[in-house]
Design a protein around this ligand. Structure first.
Ligand SMILES: Cc1cc2nc3c(=O)[nH]c(=O)nc-3n(C[C@H](O)[C@H](O)[C@H](O)COP(=O)(O)OP(=O)(O)OC[C@H]3O[C@@H](n4cnc5c(N)ncnc54)[C@H](O)[C@@H]3O)c2cc1C
Length: 365
């Protein structure tokens, strides 16, 4: 069989493009996925206790991009979940991002927006030239809050202290001057009502899409015939690591099912202290599932494993540019998604890029 398009990877990028090419242009698509499931990083499933869990950590869809929200909403209803994150700091549980309530709990006195502004102005450390991730934070919120929320947390996540990491790792520190407890302020947010995986199943249900799980791109690249290739895997792997590997920080997950209905007060609780884990997710908050038990997931930073966060250094950016230059030379081969573009991208950004690539293909042929 000759396919119009071979798509490598059945995560967000691969599924959106398979759907668009099949349903929008009537093309025959072969979608290959190395792992034994669809959905990529956003895959969820029902565990042995009947609880819906997300295999690679908490995923909440959130966006300001109306066309992206409208597109994804064709394949799912949303459960209305609004993401809230708490942090266990010292002996207190506080809201993140830091808002007026967070300051009040930490300092045991009332704060107005004005007082909070004055508080940060007093503590902010003036730094002429921001050189690392620590500088970014202390220049915005001061040394004490940096130590409470960022120092250990970053070390656990990245294996390095913020002063050894590029400024982009912490970028802008979110602070609120009100009592808004939402983690994301995007107007559209939630979790698919029946889960991410059923949503992806609906997306790629067309008879024009052939899905092969447990199939590496290399095993079909020469045996199948196809007019176009869309590649959503790691860009360095595509080029056999000719110039070297693009480094990633990874995560490890440990799931536990408890005989209680509720374990914690929010979907995610961060642990910026001495514990070896970074955060704990309790999925029932995200999925709104009613169940007498609950499954939680401890998350740890890891040097090896599934690629999670690109390591943003100038050297790695340049390495990636070399691969991208090679990619640009190829005809009818497209690289899209977080691994193919070596960028940390939220799900809505991946959908946006996949839809933009579809438009390019549709108009240019
Ligand atoms: C811990 C964590 C939490 C996150 N939480 C959120 C969140 O709450 N909200 C949000 O918007 N975003 C979140 N993200 C980001 C989100 O996971 C990504 O934006 C999204 O999943 C990327 O989709 P993708 O298709 O680009 O990549 P992926 O989902 O990684 O899909 C790529 C697929 O390609 C397959 N593949 C690779 N190479 C080959 C090959 N050679 N042959 C066959 N198949 C191959 C892989 O197995 C994979 O399934 C989170 C990320 C992490 C790490």
């Amino acid at each position: 069989m000759v396919y119009d398009c071979l798509i490598v990877g059945a995560g967000w990028a691969g599924c959106v493009l398979a759907e668009r090419l099949a349903n929008g242009l009537g093309q025959k698509v072969l979608l290959v996925e190395r792992s034994n499931h669809i959905g990529g990083n956003a895959h969820d499933f029902v565990d042995a206790h009947g609880l819906v869990v997300q295999k690679y950590g908490p995923h909440i869809f959130h966006t300001r991009l109306r066309p992206v929200w409208d597109y994804v909403s064709r394949f799912t209803d949303w459960n209305g979940y609004v993401h809230r994150v708490l942090a266990q700091v010292a002996d207190r549980v506080v809201c993140l991002p830091i808002n007026l309530d967070t300051l009040e709990r930490l300092y045991g006195r009332p704060f107005t927006a004005e007082q909070a502004r004055a508080f940060y102005a007093e503590r902010r450390v003036p730094i002429e030239k921001i050189e690392n991730a620590r500088d970014v934070v202390v220049s915005q919120i001061g040394q004490e809050l940096y130590e409470l929320f960022y120092e250990n947390y970053t070390k656990k996540l990245w294996g390095l202290y913020p002063h050894d990491l590029a400024p982009q790792v912490t970028r802008r520190v979110p602070i609120r001057f009100d009592r808004d407890t939402r983690y994301f302020d995007d107007p559209c947010q939630g979790v698919p009502k029946d889960g991410f995986t059923p949503m992806f199943e609906r997306m790629i249900a067309s008879p024009d899409i052939t899905v092969r799980l447990g199939t590496d791109y290399r095993s079909v690249a020469t045996s199948e015939r196809f007019g176009r290739l869309i590649y959503t895997g790691p860009i360095d792997e595509y080029f056999d690591y000719t110039y070297g590997r693009l480094p990633y920080r990874s995560l490890a997950f440990r799931f536990e099912t408890l005989d209680v209905e509720r374990f914690q007060d929010a979907g995610v609780v961060n642990y910026p202290g001495e514990q070896d884990y970074i955060r704990i997710t309790e999925f029932k908050h995200l999925t709104l599932q009613k169940h007498p038990k609950t499954t939680i997931c401890y998350e740890y930073g890891a040097a090896e494993g599934r690629p999670c966060y690109p390591v943003l250094t100038e050297a790695n950016r340049q390495l990636c540019e070399r691969y991208k230059a090679r990619a640009d030379e190829l005809e009818r081969v497209h690289f899209v998604g977080r691994l193919a573009q070596y960028e940390y991208l939220n799900m809505d950004q991946v959908v946006e890029r996949a839809l933009a690539l579809y438009e390019e293909i549709r108009t240019d042929g």
